[in-house]
Design a protein around this ligand. Structure first.
Ligand code: NAG
Ligand code: NAG
Ligand code: NAG
Ligand code: NAG
Ligand code: NAG
Ligand code: NAG
Length: 436
């Protein structure tokens, strides 16, 4: 049993961490720290100082006092927390506790990431965080003593480190933007669930590019183990963290199905190309089935999470369906047509800007949840649902087709492994898709 902190002690402690975390972390390692520090400062300069303004000063002032925390809690929460173990309190996500959790949105970049290429998405995310008093953490992955050689594994180690400073973290790819700032991250926190993954919409993959994690020993351990899975992959394996996530999760969550998972492992071992990897994922998904809850881990059904790809519906969205859209890279932005008719699937590495004008960070605060969105993308709910549903049906069909290759793959004699090709684009998505 942990020692109970008094409420005031707890708030003071939280406050301190919170204030520290408003600033980018200092790199912990000392060897190449000067270069790293300079880079972090440059990033910091671009992202924070440029947007520094009176409103933000107000925020900082608030954060130094204790009033704001109390303001965020109602009397029921105060009563709930008085004299009880706060660690227990935050693992029970009652509505009262949700109201006071310290939450951050975390985006991990590498030193070859050009933030300009994600400007619209990052601005929408930063503005969104200001509205709901979440911290916005843009983390450079060299500053966290994570020694993984593959940046896609390294990022999960970075997230695990940052998680210890928060109650919960929503980890996102850099090209995810908010379209509906009224929605809150808390709605995805579920009692008893430490980490929530989502199924990608356009295939049958569990997304490695976004998840919601609570600060528990289990979640931190899971993320570290996932990052370290880099070292467990057999020599010459193709694919990276997105493919590995399936083996990792099945080992962790299906301990009574080792025989079945080993069948899939044979598919993985035999994989020579993308088609094979997709068949491997279909194999694993067979054993996860359509269930969503696996102990402390939740894997949300397609389309029910916080984000989906924008191209699925030509960026058309509806406030009752959508929260965030994925795929906002400046170099893939195309000009919005005069009229958008329906919610059709567009070329997948293109997007239209759903905002009318640009986000003004100085005007982002809890009182302002109205953004000027381009009205051409505000679609009809039924039209969007019908379009997504039809697509979902195609994906289910493709999953079966891909799964039908499993027998062929495990029957063939062992082939020598190929050199691991560069299977991902700069953003971490598989480069090539061969179906539909
Ligand atoms: C980095 O990690 C290694 C291994 O976990 C540890 O021995 C070392 O002390 C860490 N260094 C810093 C600066 O945190
Ligand atoms: C909360 O409790 C304090 C003291 O017990 C009381 O003065 C205050 O009115 C209460 N606030 C609400 C909103 O009930
Ligand atoms: C695995 O099997 C054991 C023994 O039947 C059972 O107690 C346990 O709950 C099972 N674990 C899972 C994750 O299904
Ligand atoms: C897959 O390959 C690894 C490493 O080469 C090997 O240790 C393992 O036994 C193989 N698994 C199966 C099920 O073939
Ligand atoms: C609210 O924030 C948006 C986004 O920056 C901005 O465009 C809009 O002008 C703001 N509205 C008000 C009333 O400040
Ligand atoms: C964009 O915003 C301007 C100014 O509020 C408005 O007049 C215009 O109709 C908007 N355009 C679209 C396509 O939403």
């Amino acid at each position: 049993m942990k020692t109970s902190l008094s409420l005031v002690e707890y708030i003071v402690q939280k406050k301190r961490i919170h204030t520290e975390m408003m600033w980018p972390r200092r790199p912990k390692c000392s060897n190449d720290s000067t270069a790293v520090l300079v880079f972090v400062l440059v990033i910091f300069f671009v992202y924070t100082l440029m947007t520094y303004n009176e409103a933000q000063k107000e925020n900082f002032k608030d954060l130094e006092g204790i009033e704001m925390s109390e303001g965020r809690m109602n009397n029921a929460t105060l009563k709930l927390l008085e004299g009880i173990d706060v660690t227990e309190a935050v693992t029970t996500v009652t509505p009262e506790v949700k109201a006071y959790l310290k939450i951050a949105i975390v985006i991990v970049i590498t030193d070859d990431t050009d933030p300009e290429n994600y400007r619209v998405a990052l601005d929408s995310m930063e503005c969104y965080c200001k509205i709901h008093n979440y911290d916005f953490v843009l983390a450079l992955d060299t500053g966290y003593n994570c020694t993984h050689t593959d940046k896609f594994f390294r990022r999960h180690c970075v997230v695990a480190k940052i998680l210890s400073d928060y109650d919960a973290i929503l980890y996102l790819d850099a090209d995810v933007g908010v379209v509906n700032p009224e929605r809150k991250i808390e709605e995805f926190l579920e009692d008893g669930i430490d980490i929530t993954f989502v199924n990608r919409f356009y295939n049958w993959e569990i997304a490695a590019g976004y998840y919601l994690a609570r600060n528990t020993e289990y979640a931190v351990g899971l993320l570290n183990d996932f990052a370290d899975y880099e070292f467990k992959l057999p020599e010459g394996s193709i694919g990276t963290d997105n493919v590995a996530l399936h083996l990792f999760l099945s080992e962790k969550l299906l301990p009574n199905s080792t025989l079945e998972v080993d069948l899939c492992r044979k598919v993985f071992n035999a994989s020579q190309n993308f088609a094979d990897l997709f068949s491997f994922e279909a194999c694993i998904k067979t054993y996860f089935g359509v269930a969503t809850h696996f102990g402390k881990v939740r894997i949300m059904k397609k389309g029910t999470g916080w984000a989906r790809d924008g191209w699925l519906t030509s960026m058309v969205w509806h406030p009752e369906l959508d929260f965030m859209l994925h795929g906002w890279k400046t170099n893939e932005l195309v000009e919005t047509p005069k009229e958008i008719v329906g919610a059709y699937q567009m070329i997948r590495n293109q997007w239209y800007n759903p905002m009318n004008g640009t986000i003004i960070l100085a005007k982002c605060n809890p009182e302002n949840t109205t953004w000027n969105m381009d009205s051409r993308f505000m679609g009809e709910k039924e039209v969007i649902l019908a379009s997504l549903r039809a697509f979902e049906r195609d994906v289910a069909r493709e999953q079966v087709r891909s799964g039908s290759r499993i027998d062929m793959l495990i029957s063939q004699p062992d082939k020598p492994k190929r050199e691991s090709p560069n299977t991902r684009d700069a953003d971490g998505r598989l480069k090539k898709y061969f179906f539909w």
